[in-house]
Design a binder for this molecule. Structure first.
Ligand code: PRP
Length: 182
């Protein structure tokens, strides 16, 4: 755990070990699905950073990296439905196999809008790898092609996920104590 942040956590939902095991499985699936092909893995900053780095090093293919910064969150804990592109890809993706790497699918607005936008750039294929999926919060229809874990409607932090920019460095996915954010 993390002694500086421990008091804000009500429980560990997914341990670093459990996550590592699942990440290995997803990497193996991606390796199998794109056998003989090259893949551009697109990490969505900042939440996906930890998942991205654990995933890519286990994908046994010709992998390139790119990153985007997008935002669909307002000031609170709810998505607004509007996608803002703060940092775009640094290269065209035409005829490339693209895998978007995200930390969580919540309302689905971010990935729905992002996928629609990237599809207009004519990639060879476009898939989504998301570590977490919170289906009970979904507002628009979108599915991850590779999903680590379905999680309940609790405020989860750690392994890249934040609350007010804190807790991203926790090695486990943890549930935040309600008193911290209410
Ligand atoms: C989070 C998360 C996804 C999005 C999911 O990003 O990383 O991008 O929200 O929510 P949605 O399905 O309701 O659209 P956030 O804007 O908090 O930025 P971060 O990655 O920097 O934490």
């Amino acid at each position: 755990m993390n002694s500086a942040l421990n008091n804000d956590i009500s429980k560990v939902l997914l341990s670093g070990e459990e996550i590592e095991k699942r990440v290995k499985e997803i990497a193996a699936e991606i390796t199998r699905d794109y056998s003989g092909e090259s893949v551009l893995m697109v990490g969505i900053l900042r939440g996906a950073v930890v998942f991205f780095s654990e995933l890519v090093k286990r994908v046994d293919l010709d992998v390139r990296f790119d990153f985007m910064v997008v935002s669909s969150y307002g000031a609170g804990t709810d998505s607004s439905g509007e996608l803002r592109i703060i940092k775009d890809l640094s290269q065209p993706i035409e005829n490339m196999n693209v895998v978007i790497v995200e930390d969580i699918i919540d309302t689905g607005y971010t990935l729905k809008n992002l996928k629609r936008m990237l599809e207009t750039r004519n990639p060879k294929s476009l898939k989504i790898a998301a570590l977490l999926d919170k289906p009970s919060r979904r507002k628009v229809e979108i599915e991850g092609d590779y999903v680590g874990f379905k999680v309940p409607n609790e405020f989860v932090v750690g392994y890249g996920l934040d609350y007010n920019e804190k807790y991203r460095n926790l090695p486990d996915i943890c549930i935040l104590k309600p008193g911290v954010y209410s």
